[in-house]
Design a protein around this ligand. Structure first.
Ligand code: COA
Length: 289
C-alpha cells in the first residue's frame, strides 16, 4: 500500500461487512479499511474465494472472516448479519459491493439476464442494507454503496447494469433521508475504469489498456486502493460525518469526457488561424485621456 495519509488506527474497534469482498474493487476496499484498524467480514457466493481472500487479509495482519451468502436472497442476508454479529458483536460499516455485469446488446438481453443483474446490484443493496439496519442503528454506523457512472449519460450494451446502478443511487439517497435520524449515514462511490479488476476484464472487451487509458483525462486507470481510500474517507465520522446521500465519483474525470468532433488537429488549425489573424491586425493605439 502507498503510504497512507490517514492514521493506521482510525477504524480501530470497528467492524466492516463487505459484500463481494473476496475480489476486485471490494477486496481492495477491504485492504484499506483493514489496514486502518477495521475487522472485516466478507460475503459472497463462493466459499473458496472467501477463504482465499481471508488468507490474504490475514497475511496483511487484518482480522477477517468470510460468510457465504447471496445478496439476492433476503433470508441469506439476514443469516450473514446474524453470523457477523455472533462473530464480532457489531457492524459499523456495510459496503454493498456485490455486483454482476457483462456486455450485451439490449436486443440480445434476456429478461432473466436483466433481472439477474438488477437482483445482485439493486435488490442486493436493499436486502443487505435492510438486514443490517438494526446493527447499524446500534452502532450509528454507515453504508457505502459501490455504484458506477454508467447511467449519468447512457452506456451502450449495459442497459441492465446502468438501470441497476441508477436504482442503487436512488436507494443511497432514500436511505440517507430515512435513516439519518438514527445516525446512519448512507453514501456511494462511483468508480471509473479500475485496473486489475473483474469489471475491466469483462467490460474492457480486450481493448489494450493504453488505448482506454488514453481516453481518460487523467490518462491512466484507477487503482482499487484509490477506491479504498475514498471508502475510508466516507467511513470516517471525523472526516465525513456530515456527508450523507452523496455518491463520490472516483474516475479520473472519465465520465465527463466525451469524444468531440473537434479533434486536437482541427483545434490546432483554428488556433493557428486565430494567431495569424491577430498578428496581421495593426497594433491598437492606447487611448489618450
Ligand atoms: N451475455 C448475455 N447474457 C448473459 C451473459 C452474457 N455475457 N451472462 C449471463 N447471461 C444471462 C444468462 O444467459 C441467464 O439468462 P437466461 O436464463 O435467459 O439464459 C442470466 O444471465 C443469468 O445467468 P446465470 O449465469 O444463471 O446467473 P448467475 O447468477 O450464475 O451469474 C452473472 C450472474 C450473470 C452476473 C455472472 O456474470 C456473475 O456471477 N458475475 C459476478 C461477477 C461480475 O459480474 N463482476 C463484474 C462487476 S463489474
Amino acid at each position: 500500500m502507498s503510504t497512507s495519509p490517514f492514521k493506521n488506527d482510525i477504524l480501530k474497534g470497528q467492524v466492516a461487512l463487505i459484500t463481494g469482498g473476496g475480489t476486485g474493487i471490494n477486496f481492495g476496499v477491504g485492504l484499506v479499511l483493514g489496514g486502518h484498524g477495521a475487522k472485516l467480514a466478507i460475503t459472497g457466493r463462493r466459499p473458496n474465494v472467501l477463504e482465499e481472500a481471508c488468507q490474504k487479509f490475514k497475511a496483511q495482519g487484518i482480522e477477517a472472516v468470510g460468510f457465504q451468502g447471496d445478496v439476492r436472497d433476503a433470508k441469506s442476508c439476514e443469516k450473514v448479519i446474524e453470523s457477523v454479529l455472533k462473530h464480532f458483536g457489531r457492524v459499523d460499516l456495510l459496503v454493498n459491493g456485490a455486483a454482476g455485469n457483462f456486455l450485451c446488446a439490449a436486443e440480445d438481453l434476456s429478461s432473466n439476464a436483466f433481472q439477474t443483474v438488477i437482483g445482485i446490484d439493486l435488490l442486493g443493496t436493499f436486502n443487505m442494507s435492510k438486514a443490517a439496519f438494526n446493527a447499524l442503528r446500534d452502532s450509528k454506523g454507515s453504508i457505502i454503496n459501490i455504484s458506477a457512472t454508467l447511467h449519468y449519460g447512457a452506456t451502450i450494451y449495459q442497459t441492465h447494469a446502468s438501470a441497476a446502478k441508477a436504482g442503487v443511487d436512488s436507494v443511497t439517497r432514500s436511505l440517507a433521508i430515512e435513516w439519518g435520524k438514527y445516525g446512519i449515514r448512507v453514501n456511494g462511490i462511483a468508480p471509473g475504469p479500475i485496473a486489475d479488476t473483474e469489471g475491466m476484464k469483462r467490460l474492457g472487451a480486450g481493448i489494450g489498456e493504453e488505448v482506454v487509458a488514453g481516453k481518460i483525462p487523467l490518462q491512466r486507470f484507477g487503482t482499487t486502493q484509490e477506491i479504498g481510500f475514498a471508502a475510508l474517507f466516507l467511513a470516517s465520522k471525523v472526516a465525513s460525518g456530515y456527508i450523507s446521500g452523496d455518491t463520490i465519483v472516483v474516475d479520473g474525470a472519465s465520465w465527463l469526457s466525451r469524444e468531440s468532433f473537434v479533434t486536437p488537429e482541427i483545434y490546432q488549425h483554428i488556433a493557428e488561424g486565430r494567431k495569424q489573424e491577430q498578428s496581421s491586425k495593426p497594433a491598437k493605439q492606447s487611448a489618450k485621456l
